[in-house]
Design a protein around this ligand. Structure first.
Ligand code: NDP
Length: 315
């Protein structure tokens, strides 16, 4: 049940995605009346159909609607008190901004939505005004969506979820890796900048806590589990303890990183820019977060997964 004591009608858009499916599950676990939007053009993707059916068997309502059919979008959001969007944030000048602007329009028109959580779940874009090209497009786009939400007067919560653990811890914070090596690791810079790593299921759990909490109305919340604010070196140390040996370490200087980055295609460059800000500049942990905007302080009843626990699964 929500913190106001009654179940909400929660619509998840992008509920078949990597984060989205966890948001759907967290909504079901919280006892909310859960709606999952899916596109009619889903085709013969058997895994997605099975996933949607498993949600349905747990009581979710499947709603067929498409961004290409505006009225279907308005009808879908009309069903909900809360809309959570988790559509992909692919690292290209994506349709994400256009889709989310359409969604904002539909929510405004429907007029019934009490809380909207747009698809962010990463670095707080409001703190990335100085971000580097070409990756800054991601933050700029998210700010355009924020302005549209605020201009439309839609009640919102923005979730700054920091680093998805699966991507960052799995690869020991190295871009292009999602499985930890037992032999070697490349340290970005000296590997001393602090990142913040969050289990994706925890991101979903905190998001579902926030959707009906008056304290998070029209605010940004940060998911910053105190034990998970660690440098790459500290992450590597935890892994080394598990495997009982030291990895061979190579340092990749800032200049080298940027030179490699310039040789990549545009989409790769966008992704690497994000790693640059996190791993060379420490952008995630370089500012204080007030307790009333930090998820683990707001919801101490959620037991988050520590980096130590998370890495154990790879041993
Ligand atoms: P996925 O790519 O896994 O999921 C995308 C979802 O969006 C799918 O359900 C997909 O539906 C849906 N979708 C995409 N396009 C459309 C469309 N045109 N119409 C309807 N549905 C659509 O996304 P992620 O879980 O990776 O990303 C979710 C959010 O998390 C993003 O904002 C991203 O930036 C952020 N993120 C943050 C990371 C971090 O480390 N902080 C890492 C990765 C992501 P379908 O199944 O039908 O294709």
């Amino acid at each position: 049940m929500g913190s106001m004591g009654k179940a909400n009608k929660v619509l998840v858009i992008g509920g078949t995605g990597y984060l989205g499916k966890r948001l759907v599950q967290a909504s079901l676990n919280s006892g909310h009346d859960t709606y999952v939007m899916h596109r009619p053009e889903i085709g013969v993707d058997i895994e997605k159909i099975q996933l949607l059916l498993s949600f349905k068997m747990q009581g979710a309502h499947l709603v067929s609607a498409s961004f290409d059919d505006y009225q279907s979008l308005v009808d879908a959001v009309s069903l909900a008190d809360v809309v959570i969007c988790a559509i992909s944030g692919v690292h290209i000048r994506s349709h994400q901004i256009l889709l989310q602007l359409k969604l904002v329009q539909a929510i405004k028109e429907a007029g019934n939505v009490k809380r909207f959580v747009p698809s962010e779940f990463g670095t707080d874009p409001a703190r990335m005004e100085e971000a580097m090209e070409p990756g800054r497009i991601t933050f700029d786009d998210k700010m355009v969506v924020r302005r549209a939400i605020e201009e439309a007067g839609i009640p919102f919560t923005y979730v700054a979820a920091n680093c998805f653990a699966g991507y960052f811890l799995g690869g020991l914070c190295q871009p292009g890796f999602i499985l930890p090596s037992r032999e070697r690791v490349t340290l970005l810079g000296e590997g001393n900048q602090k990142g913040i790593y969050v289990d994706e299921d925890d991101i979903a759990a905190y998001t579902l806590k926030a959707i009906d909490d008056p304290r998070t109305l029209n605010k940004t919340i940060y998911v910053k589990p105190p034990k998970n604010v660690l440098s790459q070196r500290e992450v590597v140390q935890i892994w080394e303890k598990y495997i009982g040996k030291e990895l061979q370490k190579t340092v990749l200087s800032e200049q080298e990183f940027l030179a490699v980055m310039k040789e990549q295609n545009y989409a790769e460059q966008v992704g690497l820019t994000h790693y640059y800000h996190v791993c060379y500049e420490g952008c995630l942990a370089s500012f204080e977060v007030d307790d009333d905007q930090e998820a683990t302080k707001l919801y101490p009843e959620v037991r988050y997964t520590t980096v130590e626990e998370y890495l154990k699964r790879y041993v």
